[in-house]
Design a protein around this ligand. Structure first.
Ligand SMILES: [Zn+2]
Length: 212
């Protein structure tokens, strides 16, 4: 498999020194890059001028041919213009390539935490839309001891559990419930199939349930 590298012009976030670094733009799940992403060591750079260490979030595609998914990590995607460019770009893809894409689940992430979570979900053979709806129901249930807006992070991990962090940095763990997962599949499966969004996060779940 071809590994595409691109030279990036980078400015050190600490001293502003500009330097160049060659980084992959097409990553495949079998390589060392996957290990690095999961371990949190991916795109860790050191400024040659001041020695500052930082993580560069940049645009690349991550493809897993065994589990049939493709993730486009794009830090600019939070911006509306980038979203429009992305959907227009998909319209220009040739028919053959499109067929190939449809067989895979295509998702957008804009940081490494979200990217790692998608990898964990799809490698576990789960549907990320169901997982996001699960989070919504867990966080809004009467048994949940926090207000939903107090939860900053709510992440599915490779150990098949949820790690949460409150805005005050309190860490919590929640068990993954297969019963809840299956109930959501039964109740929302058909609607989920019709949903064509690529950016699936907590916001998506909220809007999905509102539209329903
Ligand atoms: Zn520097």
């Amino acid at each position: 498999m071809e590994k595409r590298e691109k030279v990036f012009k980078i400015a050190c976030p600490k001293c502003g020194h500009k330097f160049e670094e060659s980084l992959p733009t097409a990553i495949f799940a079998l390589g060392a890059d996957r290990e690095e992403i999961i371990a949190g060591n991916f795109a860790n750079l050191t400024c040659p001028e001041c020695g500052n260490k930082f993580v560069l979030n940049y645009r690349f595609a991550y493809t897993d041919e065994a589990n049939l998914f493709m993730l486009v990590n794009d830090p600019a995607f939070v911006d509306r213009k980038a979203r429009l460019a992305f959907s227009t770009g998909l319209g220009l893809i040739g028919a053959a390539r499109k067929d190939e894409l449809i067989k895979r689940t295509l998702r957008i992430t804009y940081d490494y935490q979200a990217l790692r979570e998608k990898i964990a979900i799809f490698e576990s053979g789960l549907d990320d839309k169901v997982v996001e709806l699960m989070k919504y129901f867990l966080i809004n249930s009467e048994d949940f001891s926090y207000d939903p807006c107090q939860i900053k992070d709510f992440i599915f991990t490779k150990d098949k559990e949820f790690h949460l962090k409150t805005v005050l940095s309190v860490g919590l763990k929640l068990e993954f419930s297969d019963i809840l997962y299956d109930t959501i599949v039964n109740n929302y499966g058909d609607l989920i199939k019709k949903d064509m969004n690529y950016l699936i996060d907590r916001n998506w779940a909220k809007n999905f349930l509102k539209a329903e």
